[in-house]
Design a protein. Structure first.
Length: 306
């Protein structure tokens, strides 16, 4: 592989985490890691002047008309100096060859994304785990959707001005990126803890449903039809229907390399899904990162303190 061009890694976080240390250790001489927070009140801002070589703390300011995550990515894109851009998150482990493998992927196939596997940390998050694996991990793998936790591209791969303009008026950073960038997934999964409390998992579910609703409306309609159909079948003919969805989920777990017995919850999750979807679509508001959002239209986001 030829030497990669100067690379900017964007990592939004309010705290200095293990992920910051892991990514900083991978940087080349011409690379930079931009750790992006909101303002001086975020604990990571205390690290300014004390970060490893190549690491800079960027303060994005409070979001206005977009999510804090989208605002952070927009600020990071504006501050980045590298020709190659990598996005990542602070909630999963980055092995020593993580950045090197993304570079190799780009040289082989252009813009590339890895795959998230969301693992529940509370009862609702655990119940939803099979749904996230089938509707999230598989969707990213099959649909060419970018996952903001591990994606690599170069500035010339998209219209950056148009992308940033959309980013600054929406919620989903990776949903917006997927509309501006053709990306190819690789089958490398990263385990991401999800939830921590029932409320947190419910808010995440609402947010995820509205992301799909606005960025992939046809997929959203298909998801509703499938959810109603599977729930109806599981109630009308529980033994064959629950057996089928459990087998489907178990196969998906095996494909993703996830060895957890939670695939056995697929039947109850399928039965509960229409009610959860109805709540999410009726709710239209959710909390994320200490803020409450009302996502009125795709490019109309209201931001409130939680």
């Amino acid at each position: 592989m030829t030497d990669p061009p100067p690379t900017s890694v964007l990592l939004p976080t309010v705290r200095w985490t293990d992920a910051c240390e892991e990514v900083a250790a991978m940087l080349g001489a011409d690379d930079e890691l931009l750790v992006i927070a909101d303002d001086d009140d975020d604990p990571v801002s205390d690290r300014r002047g004390e970060t490893p070589a190549g690491v800079e703390i960027v303060l994005a300011g409070d979001p206005d008309g977009c999510s804090g995550k989208a605002n952070a990515i927009a600020a990071g894109m504006a501050a980045a100096e590298g020709d190659r851009i990598v996005w990542t998150d602070d909630d999963f482990r980055h092995p020593l060859d993580w950045l090197e493998r993304l570079h190799a992927d780009y040289e082989r196939q252009g813009p590339t994304t890895e795959l998230p596997v969301f693992v529940g940390r509370d009862p609702l998050g655990t119940l939803l785990e099979p749904a996230y694996l089938i509707g999230g991990t598989l969707a990213v793998a099959a649909g060419g959707i970018a996952w903001g936790g591990a994606v690599v591209f170069e500035r010339d791969d998209l219209d950056e001005a148009a992308f940033r303009a959309d980013l600054e008026r929406t919620v989903s950073d990776d949903g917006t990126l997927s509309e501006h960038l053709e990306v190819t997934p690789v089958k490398r999964t990263r385990v991401v803890p999800a939830g921590g409390s029932i409320r947190t998992s419910l808010e995440r579910f609402v947010r995820f449903l509205w992301i799909v609703r606005y960025h992939a409306p046809r997929a959203s309609a298909v998801n509703v039809v499938l959810a109603v159909a599977f729930a109806t079948l599981c109630l009308a003919a529980p033994i064959p229907a629950i057996g089928f969805v459990t087998l489907l989920s178990g196969t998906t777990y095996a494909w993703a390399g996830l060895r957890r017995p939670t695939f056995l919850l697929t039947g109850p999750a399928a039965i509960a899904m229409p009610a959860l979807m109805a709540y999410a679509f009726a709710c239209r508001t959710f909390t994320w990162g200490g803020r409450r959002y009302r996502w009125v239209r795709k490019h109309d986001v209201r931001v409130f303190p939680d």
